[in-house]
Design a protein around this ligand. Structure first.
Ligand code: TRP
Length: 381
C-alpha cells in the first residue's frame, strides 16, 4: 500500500519528518555501526556523519564491506543544471569530496541539462547546457581532484550512457515508470525516458573499468525513486546494485522550507557577491524572541533556527563550539544579531575564497570532463 508523500524528484517540499520519509521510502536509518565503520576506513571522524546530516542509507554496509575487501568501488552524484548553485546544493558535494579524499575514490558526476530542459518550461537547451558548465566550476572551486572526478554532461556525453540506457529501458514498463514518477497523459515523452539516463550512470563505472564496480550515491532522498528502479534491474543486467547515503536538506533563510531557487532571497548562491550574501544572512529568520529583552529573559530556539542549522550543517565543525552556541542561544546570552553577524562573516570569507578559485580555474575545466579522459565511448560488453 503506497502512502502519499510530497517528495519525488520533481517535487521536494521541505521535509520535516525524516522518520516518516524513511518509513515511506523504506531506506534504513544510519546507525553508529555504519558511521563507525566508515570513519574507521576513512581514518577520520566527520561532522556530517556524527550529526546525522547524512541520516539514512541503502546497502552502505554492503558497499563498505566490498571496499574493505578491496573490490573496485566508485562514487556517483549529480545535479540538474537549471540555475546557479546555492549552499544547499553543495552540502552533499562537500561530503562527497571528503569521501573521495579519504577513500581515494573516483567520482562520476552527472549534469542533467537534458532533464532540466525537458522539465522547465522556461529553459532552452543551450541555457541548461550553459548552466551545466557554470555549475561544474563549483566542483572545481570545491577542490575535487581532477584526475578522479569525471563530469558527464548528458546532451554531449550521451555516447557513454546510451548503450546502458537502452538495456535498462527494455526492463522498465511504462506502468512502473508512471507509478514511480507520477507521469500523466500530458507528460512529454522525453521525461518518460529520462530516468533511464540517470540510472545508466550507476552502471557506467562497471562498463568503463570492465570490472564489477560498486557504486555509492550521496544525494538527497528526493532522488530515491531512481535508485529503487536501478536496484530492481541491476541483477538482471549483471551489475551490482548501487548503494545510497541520503542527506537532509539545508533549510532556507526564511521561516520554513528548504533552501530553494524559487525563493532567492532565502538562498545563498556561490555566485552571490559576498556582501550580498552577508546581507541575506543578516535578514534571516531565526529562532530568537521578538525583542532583545524577551530574548535575554526567555532564550531562543536553535532547533527551529535557519542560522543555527547553517552552523550545524556547514559552518561549524567543532562540536564543543557548536554546543556552546546552542546553549548560549537557549539561555539568552547569545543574541541573534551577534550570531548572524558571525555567520555572515564566515560565509563572506568562504565565498571570497571560493569565487577567487572559481575565477582562476575557469579555463581549466577540461581536466574534469569525462570525454577528455575516457576517449571515444564504446561498448565493452
Ligand atoms: N535529477 C537530479 C536533479 O534534478 C540530477 C542528478 C542526476 C542526480 N544524477 C544524479 C542527483 C545522481 C543526485 C545523484 O538534481
Amino acid at each position: 500500500m503506497e502512502e502519499r508523500v510530497e517528495v519525488g524528484p520533481w517535487a521536494a517540499e521541505a521535509f520535516v519528518d525524516y522518520e516518516r520519509l524513511l518509513k515511506v521510502f523504506g531506506a534504513k536509518p544510519l546507525t553508529d555501526l555504519e558511521v563507525g565503520k566508515l570513519e574507521r576506513l576513512a581514518g577520520e571522524s566527520n561532522a556530517m556523519l556524527r550529526r546525522r546530516v547524512f541520516y539514512s542509507h541503502r546497502d552502505l554496509d554492503v558497499y563498505l564491506n566490498m571496499y574493505e575487501a578491496g573490490r573496485r568501488c566508485a562514487l556517483y552524484t549529480g545535479r540538474g543544471p537549471s540555475g546557479y548553485t546555492h549552499l544547499g546544493h553543495i552540502l552533499p558535494w562537500v561530503f562527497t569530496k571528503w569521501l573521495q579524499d579519504r577513500l581515494g575514490l573516483e567520482l562520476f558526476f552527472q549534469m542533467t541539462d537534458d532533464e532540466k530542459f525537458l522539465h522547465e518550461e522556461r529553459l532552452d537547451l543551450p541555457e541548461s547546457n550553459r548552466f551545466a558548465y557554470e555549475n561544474s566550476l563549483d566542483l572545481v572551486a570545491l577542490g575535487f581532484d581532477p584526475r578522479k572526478t569525471h563530469i558527464i554532461i548528458d546532451s554531449e556525453d550521451i555516447g557513454y550512457l546510451y548503450s546502458i540506457a537502452v538495456r535498462v529501458a527494455k526492463k522498465i514498463t511504462y506502468s512502473t515508470q508512471r507509478a514511480t514518477f507520477g507521469f500523466t497523459d500530458s507528460t512529454n515523452v522525453g521525461l518518460v525516458f529520462y530516468p533511464v539516463l540517470q540510472i545508466a550512470v550507476c552502471f557506467l563505472p562497471t562498463e568503463l573499468y570492465g570490472e564489477e564496480t560498486y557504486v555509492l550515491i550521496p544525494a538527497g532522498i528526493d532522488q530515491d525513486p531512481y535508485w529503487r528502479i536501478a536496484r530492481d534491474v541491476a541483477q538482471s543486467l549483471n551489475y551490482p546494485k548501487p548503494s545510497q547515503i541520503h542527506n537532509k536538506l539545508l533549510p532556507g533563510l526564511g521561516p520554513g522550507g528548504k533552501m530553494s531557487s524559487s525563493k532567492p532571497e532565502t538562498a545563498v548562491y556561490t555566485t552571490d557577491p559576498p556582501d550580498v550574501a552577508a546581507q541575506k544572512i543578516m535578514k534571516a529568520f531565526t529562532g530568537g524572541q521578538p525583542t532583545v529583552e524577551l530574548h535575554r529573559k526567555l532564550g531562543g530556539n536553535p532547533d527551529r533556527c535557519s542560522v543555527f542549522k547553517m552552523y550545524e550543517m556547514l559552518f561549524e565543525e567543532d562540536d564543543v563550539k557548536l554546543s556552546e552556541r546552542y546553549w548560549n542561544c537557549r539561555t539568552g546570552s547569545l543574541l541573534c544579531g551577534e550570531c548572524k553577524a558571525e555567520l555572515a562573516s564566515r560565509v563572506w570569507k568562504f565565498l571570497r575564497d571560493f569565487q577567487e578559485k572559481r575565477e582562476r580555474e575557469k579555463d581549466r575545466l577540461d581536466r574534469y570532463l569525462i570525454r577528455s579522459k575516457f576517449g571515444e565511448p564504446k561498448m565493452r560488453r
